[in-house]
Design a protein around this ligand. Sequence first.
Ligand SMILES: O=C(O)CCC(=O)C(=O)O
Length: 287
Amino acid sequence: MKTIRSEKRERFIRDGYCLFENILEPEMVARLRSCSDEILAQQEKEHFERQRTTGSMVLIDWEMAYQHAVLAELIAHPKMLSALAELGFTEPKFGHGRIISKPPHSPPLFWHEDGRFWDDPVSYTWRPIQCFLMYYLTDTTAENGCLRVIPGSHRKRHPLHDQASPRHTDELRAYANPENIAFQQAEGEIDVPVQAGDLVMGYGALFHAAHANRSDERRTALTMWYYPEFVNLPERTQATIEYLEAGNCVTTTLPGDPQTLMEPLRIVYEGSAEPIEQQWTPGPALK
Ligand SMILES: O=C(O)CCC(=O)C(=O)O
């Protein structure tokens, strides 16, 4: 008989995403909201003008997490680590994150997948390389810009693989052409509405988008990028990840809590394998 754990893992591997309810306590959500509001208030006006469809795209690197204890607590949150362990990922590594905050009455986010490892044979297997862990700091619905996903698109070719831009272009970021295919309804799409404090985890290569925010309130998401299987990946994949994330990870360790909690999540590769070139477009092996 299958255990609940293996069913959840099978569904994650098949659909490419998974929802964990109630991971963050309301108090933690409130602290994250005030931290992200403070960081957003420090951004230049042009930042928001360039990022109309995401709303914002502020990098959360290790340095920032060292300055804001609540981010360090989020990165190493015990309930998140248990959720990953439930899927069989017991030694995840953290790369970086983004504050993605849609202001009231802002446009939809375009369809995209964030896979950039398509020249790596691992991308064509069940094994995730990079996964997003998204936390929404308000409840989300189709009205205020909830997440949309195309289940299974991380492993199976979808028309968007050949029709949508594999990169985030300035035109897409600025919503310059609402007629672009990336802003339309897509075959097989579903909404993923959540409660504040839930966690949505998905393969980086899964097609996802977000509805327009038609409400009067800001909708902030924190997208945190992890490598859940890092220790089990081939050396060349580990070398690639280490190379790509090096700029986001400070090398000094701070003695104080809660930043020391982040140490086990540090990406470390000390071998001599050559990194693989980034590739944003899937090859013919994606059927
Ligand atoms: O804003 C959202 O709901 C999704 C954010 C997103 O697509 C991303 O971080 O890659």
